[in-house]
Design a protein around this ligand. Structure first.
Ligand SMILES: [Zn+2]
Length: 628
């Protein structure tokens, strides 16, 4: 018995495989049909403890028989992600995602079924028999091997006599031998082809060097990407080397730092330097400290401050913040002191606000970066600065104060930035509270009318709503608009209730067709509902007969043939209903959000109050995760 999984995009047709450009286009999208025997799947699942597995990605809290956490798949403030050890499953009541350990890895690592199975198989030491085609997981695994191989070369180079120049540099920067080991620092030789030359004898192809960004190909020739550089391997939270940062040792080289290019393994927009080593302390303290440079991270860890990471030379973006939210509640950014309030105006702040992650700013003594501060002033001063970090709004308001005498224009611009940030707070109640605080402070300081400031804010909220990014619209349920797949809760409700007519009766008593957000599912439910209404019961054959001619037939077939999942249909129905109700509530909340905004703009206080009452009612009832 084989379970067949076909994955990946369709292979481009009619192309010459040997054409170089085509090859690079096709690289990692070759479709594969991975055949994994059912027995192997069972063994993998039996050998995996889902609690331990999930716990490796983010912290779980015990709750009754199981565990809960903030859902990694949608944005929320109160945990609706449940792990049930007895049944070895996870389920999120907020976004409806759920399944077994393999499904969890598919969702977390964004990989198809065979790869997820392979990741777990590797973890529990189960050998996978493979079909005739190599799987893309195998290719990915090979890439990991290639990058790890390169990391070993670099480490070896640093230890060799030729690596002396890099060793001297690291010593001058105050980096200890222990840190060099912990961060697996290395050295790339000065020649053009050190890596390219060594690879073939270790069985590594030119293609995989290219695919991992270790060589640069130009016309028909190729050469090592990293030459005469100190190498900082970038290691994923799962302890895999995925790429490299590299600092030149050549004083005439313009590019001081370079990174691996974007590859199947390496993405600058997501990765954070040092997260593999910082993860545990971040979880323990609930706080992550973000600095700018690789050596800043190393120096902090070397001085025992180990919840510190850095981006790879880019601004902190949304993907980074989502990544960090899995481990931390709060983020502290460390800035140099000399640019009062200026730097903090970049887009990362907006991303923090929109992703609802708490943000503090710590400033260092004049002219010091974290590395200098730690070495010259000691870890205590650095720690004090972290402890003295203030919230982002206070930070901005201090800048207003610093400028208002001598540069009122600049001060006004910062006020605008603050209002911009407030306008982006997704939760309307929090937004109001925040605004009230800021308005009082500003009104007091600038003798400005509070109502003028409020007017500015409303303009900004309207603008922010207009320019809101797709997928982050307040009216969209979390994670739903971006994905074409069927809303899983709605699907599950129908799958279950169509299998057992008594359950359909129960469902029909609670749910209306218009409660379904998916067009196809709504239409099927409506037809079933009508039949139920006509006959007092639902015959599955009558339903398929009625839909046979329509486009819905195949969707219906898909639903009724889905025999996966627990046979406890009633239990399944009942576990879905809360999420479905929550979805309904959330829909209403986002409507209310809009209506309140309109009422506020019209100055319709009475209507606003009525809407706000309903809104707060939803919040107080709990169960809503703040994603409004
Ligand atoms: Zn969720």
């Amino acid at each position: 018995m084989f379970r067949q999984q076909s994955v990946g995009a369709a292979r481009p047709q009619g192309r010459n495989r040997f054409d170089k450009i085509q090859w690079s286009e096709e690289k990692w999208v070759l479709p594969v049909a991975g055949f994994i025997p059912e027995g192997t799947i069972t063994r993998i699942l039996e050998s995996t403890d889902i609690v331990e597995l999930v716990g490796r990605y983010f912290p779980l809290k015990r709750a009754g028989q199981g565990f809960v956490a903030l859902c990694p798949f949608h944005n929320e403030k109160t945990p609706s992600f449940h792990v049930t050890p007895q049944r070895q499953i996870f389920h999120c009541f907020g976004c409806g995602k759920g399944g077994d350990a393999i499904r969890f890895v598919m969702e977390m690592e964004k990989v198809p079924f065979p790869e997820a199975a392979e990741i777990l198989a590797e973890r529990c030491g189960i050998q996978l028999e493979r079909g005739a085609t190599g799987s893309s997981a195998e290719k990915r695994k090979n890439l990991y091997d290639v990058v790890r191989w390169a990391a070993r070369q670099f480490v070896g180079n640093l230890a060799s006599p030729a690596g002396r120049i890099a060793g001297d540099y690291l010593e001058r920067r105050g980096i200890s031998a222990e840190s060099i080991r912990a961060f697996h620092l290395g050295y790339a030789m000065p020649g053009w082809d050190d890596i390219a030359r060594k690879a073939p004898s270790d069985g590594i192809s030119r293609q995989s060097l290219e695919a991992t960004g270790l060589i640069v190909t130009k016309n028909d020739s190729y050469y090592d990407r990293f030459r005469n550089r100190v190498i900082f391997p970038i290691i994923s939270p799962q302890e895999k080397v995925v790429g490299f940062g590299a600092r030149t040792l050549d004083p005439n080289e313009n590019a001081k730092y370079i990174n691996s290019p974007e590859t199947a393994l390496f993405s600058k927009g997501k990765l954070l330097y040092g997260l593999n080593l910082a993860k545990n302390e971040i979880i323990r303290t609930g706080t992550v400290v973000v600095v700018e440079g690789y050596t800043d991270v190393i120096m902090a860890h070397q001085h025992g401050i180990t919840n510190v990471v850095a981006t790879l030379g880019t601004a902190l973006g949304r993907e980074h913040i989502r990544q960090l939210k899995r481990y931390a509640r709060k983020c502290t950014l460390v800035y140099d002191a000399d640019i009062a309030g200026q730097k903090a105006s970049d887009s990362s702040l907006q991303a923090f606000v929109e992703e609802e992650m708490e943000l503090d700013v710590a400033t260092l003594p004049e002219g010091k970066d974290p590395c200098d501060c730690l070495i010259e002033l000691g870890p205590e001063v650095f720690r004090q600065r972290l402890d003295a970090a203030c919230g982002i709004y206070d930070y901005k308001l201090r800048a207003v104060k610093a400028y208002e005498q001598n540069d009122p224009k600049r001060a006004a611009a910062i006020i605008d930035e603050v209002l911009d940030l407030i306008a982006r707070i997704p939760n309307v109640v929090e937004r109001r509270i925040r605004f009230d605080r800021v308005a009082v402070m500003l009104g007091h300081r600038l003798n400005a009318e509070e109502s003028t400031i409020r007017q500015r804010l409303i303009e900004k909220i309207t603008k922010a709503a207009r320019t809101a990014r797709p997928g982050r619209q307040p009216s969209a349920a979390p994670g739903e608009s971006a994905r074409p797949e069927l809303p899983s809760v709605e699907r599950e409700l129908l799958t279950v209730s169509l299998q057992q007519p008594e359950l359909f009766a129960q469902l029909a008593g609670e749910v209306r067709p218009e409660d379904f957000s998916h067009d196809g599912l709504r239409a099927i439910f409506r037809t079933a509902w009508e039949l139920f209404d006509e006959n007092g019961s639902l015959q599955p054959s009558a339903l398929s007969a009625r839909l046979a001619e329509s486009e819905l037939a195949s969707l219906l077939a898909q639903l009724v043939s889905d025999t996966q999942g627990s046979p406890d249909l009633k239990g399944r129905l009942e576990s879905c209903l809360p999420a479905f109700r929550q979805h309904k509530a959330r829909k209403r909340i986002s409507e209310l959000n809009q209506l309140m905004l309109t009422a506020a703009q019209k100055g319709d206080a009475e209507n606003f109050k009525r809407l706000e009452h309903e809104y707060l009612g939803y919040l107080n009832r709990g169960g809503i995760d703040g994603q409004v």
